[in-house]
Write a protein of this length. Sequence first.
Lengths: 489, 489
Amino acid sequence: MNKKFNYRLVFRMIGSLILVESVVLLLVSLVPLIYGENDAGYFLISSGISTLLAALFLLIGRNPSPTIGKREGSVIVTFTWIVFSLIGLLPFWMSGSIPSFTNAYFETISGFTTTGASILNNIEELSHGMLFWRSMTHWIGGLGIIVISLAILPVFSVSGTQLFAAESSGPTKDKIHPKISETAKRLFLIYVILTTAETILLRLGGMNWFDSVCHSFATIATGGFSTKQSSIAYWDSPYIQYIFILFMILSGINFSLYYFGFKNKLKKIKENEELRYFLIILFIFAFIVSLSLIDFSKIQSFQTLESAWRDALFTVTSLMTTTGFSTADYMLWKPLTWVILLMVMLTGASAGSTSGGIKMIRIVISAKACYYEFRRLIHPNAVIPVRYNHYLVQTDVLTRVLAFVVLYLVVAGFGIMVLAMSGMGFIESIGGTITCLGGVGPGFGGVGPAGNYSEIPEFSKWFLSLMMLAGRLELYTVFLLFTPAFWKK
Amino acid sequence: MNKKFNYRLVFRMIGSLILVESVVLLLVSLVPLIYGENDAGYFLISSGISTLLAALFLLIGRNPSPTIGKREGSVIVTFTWIVFSLIGLLPFWMSGSIPSFTNAYFETISGFTTTGASILNNIEELSHGMLFWRSMTHWIGGLGIIVISLAILPVFSVSGTQLFAAESSGPTKDKIHPKISETAKRLFLIYVILTTAETILLRLGGMNWFDSVCHSFATIATGGFSTKQSSIAYWDSPYIQYIFILFMILSGINFSLYYFGFKNKLKKIKENEELRYFLIILFIFAFIVSLSLIDFSKIQSFQTLESAWRDALFTVTSLMTTTGFSTADYMLWKPLTWVILLMVMLTGASAGSTSGGIKMIRIVISAKACYYEFRRLIHPNAVIPVRYNHYLVQTDVLTRVLAFVVLYLVVAGFGIMVLAMSGMGFIESIGGTITCLGGVGPGFGGVGPAGNYSEIPEFSKWFLSLMMLAGRLELYTVFLLFTPAFWKK
């Protein structure tokens, strides 16, 4: 802690990561060529700028000392997301697809943080290249989070260096592999397999290849950008919508469980409490919402019942996994559903997935802590430990989890206040903050599924960008940078 | 715990407390006589019914064994509030002042829990006797809470029996006196002194004696029932409104600090962190709200500035101390102010006062826990304890406090869901739940300061009555009764 801040290493690592973005931008320039569109140049120029920036960063960061601490970790993670967004907005901005710099930044960081909040009024206007790059930002962001939370964090927090400790994916960890690069490779493979599987299944449902790929990017990353203004409602096919539901759920599961699945360690999956509660809550809420959509005063056909159930399940899944696709405008539903949707936006799905929010593991542990407080009141002398997945939860972990939940809600409250202060309505402020902090996308009222973020004040866009980043990096990583003690020698 | 439930003692204690209500009802029957109104009979009949019930309870509860456990404590506290409300509604109901039983119950438990949520459309219609009794329910409820949290709880939780342990007023306690009856007497004295002082000061401001007394009852209990439909806005006098602000603040302070004040232990007051943060937050929020009320595009006279500041300070004080008086309809203010008001409704003022909500002491300790999580991330090997009032907060207390905050917010979320399900609007559901759980009174939208609770569905009224009770008794006392483990031998 008392060492000099290793800025060279920071520059070097961010520089290397920017190189990845350069390569991806270069590859995306092929998309306009395939579709005979004339905006490949924007991607090439962006790729060039990106490469120059990477070179500059690598130059500053030459011959770094190999030591890395938490400060360096936090700075690398936070600034990688910011720099990626600043580079990633270039094609949108230069091409005039999104003329306003603020809007372009908002849209891009919304992509990289896998939020999916959009300022676009007419998505179909964009070229194939732009739409592909937009969906690609999700995919890159989602992969980044998976690798950080499941490959990098567990190794470092065990070895004691605790790089990125702030952004721990959850209080308990089962390591996949001791070597970061090995784990990252395996996760990348799972990520690609899921994306490919969804692409093929969507194509089989009649979606074209382009839309299938773009939507698979957005699903696996639990992002939510669609290539259509009306999102998934565009495809009025039960098959396609159920495929989305399936893959949104699959993307809300801790990715290490897939690894254990491949290794045939099915017991680990069966006994995973986070997964169990995620699914139980998902289906119970979907059931309640579907009931509220049915008009029981009339006799219902199977079609209306199925359609209500599908809309309810799709919406709850989409918001709970913090994806943000929509098949219906839930602002037209009953207030009860809004309350439920607000709740699942807050909880999110599993840690170690691409989803955002508080995460089910923290919700489960907090609920147990509350329940055990009851038990302790009844049996004051009994020692009743809180258990999770059969493991005992240490008191300091318990405190940390509860403090995170409280901090998350305080940040949300503070965010709602700032948004309201910036001139947004009450419901829009609530919806916008919760949805951006949780990485969901659509909020309530004017920023609901039928609306978008184009009309909100300039300041609110920048503030919500910060909320997206803070939420994506689990608050501490970003907020640590604002703590004076963090920088004290 | 494994003993038989001591139902005799429970009946005996509730019976004795009902006798107190009989006496008070008897005394209140003098009010109609003074004002030459003809409804003294209703109070006499109610008093008679109350006495009969008390006799029945005492009969069932004769010769009890003296042992008392947590189960008995929880049952006594919860049912005293319920039985008091059932008796207390009789004058309103029988006289036809409040013809609906549901409404009469809602109004009375709103009184005894010092909430102040009202179903009355035309308060001025009520006779002096009814209005006096209505304000008196606040005063009795407030006194009950003070005595329970500062006289009974500290003694029992120390001696190990932990009567009412569930309803501990806060995580740290400074005992006033080891004997319950002694402490209760001293608290009663402080309570009476405060009430008398406010009555006199209001009278000096031109309010008549009747209104002065009724409003003092409602202020010291942080209740909020007024004798006027337009609440404190009726008196357009800065002096009167500042007196209210002063006494609402005084009623939001831990009553043991008054005792320490009388004993000249001023250091205890100066070093009390809860008081400090209560005042800091109160004034900061009042300042922000007042800024949002001023139209800076015009030159302002001192009068408008003062009036904006007074309205802002009054409203923030009223909602933060969970009183619920109003001088202005904040639903006409900017959404920002609603967010701030929602926050202070959640926090409440001090433990050991008559105010409701989460209580500042828990907010302060939670905030410190979050802050220390940051510090622990920066210095993983340093042992950094959380301190409150210079004392070290034990880890289990920390967990308990955080769990309470999370539980409170979960109950609020659940309550909002149930209210929305019952057919109330989104904003009404949020406002109604937070305000009744916190014992505030006015909520948002239709149940805001300009509206009332008369139009909400029947079910919602009963549900909000439960929320008031649960909030007043700090959740655990009431919820324990629903836990099977609590009743297992």
